[in-house]
Design a protein around this ligand. Structure first.
Ligand SMILES: CC(C)(COP(=O)(O)OP(=O)(O)OC[C@H]1O[C@@H](n2cnc3c(N)ncnc32)[C@H](O)[C@@H]1OP(=O)(O)O)[C@@H](O)C(=O)NCCC(=O)NCCS
Length: 172
C-alpha cells in the first residue's frame, strides 16, 4: 500500500489548493474546480457528508480527494462517491489504492471507525472513461442510466449509475 487516508483539516487548505490548481485540466473537464474550497468542505463535514483525503506515504503529497456525499441512514444506509486525483499522482494506481481504503472505511462498523454504510454508488458521465474504469476496478456493478442527473458545466448531465453493496465488497 503506497497511500493512507484521513479526514481533512483546515491546515490542509494550502496543499489542497495547490493540488487542485495543478490538476485543472483533467479535473475541470468533469468536476467543478474549487481550489479554495477546503475550508468550506471541512465546515460541511457531518452526518450527510464525509470527506477523505488520500496521501502518498513516501513523500506525503496529496494524491486525491473522495467525498462520501448524500449519506442517508435508516433502512437505506447509502452514500454517493465523488472523487478527484491530482497531479503528479494521477494515473499511477495510487488513487485506486486510496479508494479501496475509503470503501473499507465506508463499510466498516462505526465501532471500528467506519461509516457503517450498506450501499455506495458512483454516478459517472458516459464519456468519462477514467472514472468508469475506476468504478469497474473497484468492483462496482453497472445499475442503469440516469438522464439529466447532475448540473455540471452549465447543463444537466446524464450519468451512468454504478453501485456496490457491503456483501459484494471483498475487503482489502
Ligand atoms: C477518475 C480519476 C479519479 C481516476 O484516477 P486515476 O489517478 O486515474 O486513478 P489510478 O491512477 O488509481 O488509476 C489507475 C490507472 O493507473 C494505471 N497504473 C499505472 N501504474 C499503476 C500501478 N503501479 N498500479 C496500478 N495501476 C497503475 C492503471 O493501469 C490505470 O489505468 P487504466 O484505467 O487505463 O487501466 C481521475 O482520472 C480524475 O481525477 N478525473 C477527473 C475527475 C473525475 O472525473 N472524477 C470522477 C467523476 S465521476
Amino acid at each position: 500500500m503506497r497511500v493512507e487516508i484521513r479526514t481533512p483539516r483546515l491546515s490542509d487548505a494550502p496543499t489542497y489548493a495547490a493540488a487542485v490548481r495543478r490538476s485543472t485540466e483533467h479535473v475541470g473537464r468533469w468536476n467543478p474546480l474549487e481550489p479554495d474550497g477546503l475550508v468550506d468542505l471541512v465546515r460541511r463535514q457531518g452526518e450527510t457528508l464525509r470527506t477523505y483525503l488520500v496521501f502518498d506515504i513516501e513523500d506525503g503529497g496529496l494524491v486525491g480527494c473522495c467525498n462520501v456525499a448524500n449519506i442517508v441512514r435508516g433502512r437505506f444506509r447509502n452514500g454517493s462517491l465523488g472523487y478527484n486525483s491530482y497531479l503528479p499522482y494521477n494515473g499511477t494506481g495510487r488513487m485506486t489504492e486510496g479508494m479501496r481504503l475509503v470503501l473499507d472505511r465506508c463499510f466498516a462498523a462505526e465501532s471500528d471507525g467506519g461509516l457503517d454504510l450498506h450501499r455506495l454508488e458512483i454516478n459517472v458521465q458516459p464519456a468519462n472513461e477514467p472514472s468508469i474504469a475506476m468504478a469497474k476496478r473497484l468492483g462496482f456493478r453497472h445499475e442503469g442510466y440516469t438522464p439529466r442527473m447532475l448540473f455540471l458545466q452549465d447543463a444537466w448531465r446524464d450519468h451512468e449509475r454504478y453501485a456496490l453493496t457491503a456483501e459484494e465488497w471483498p475487503g482489502l
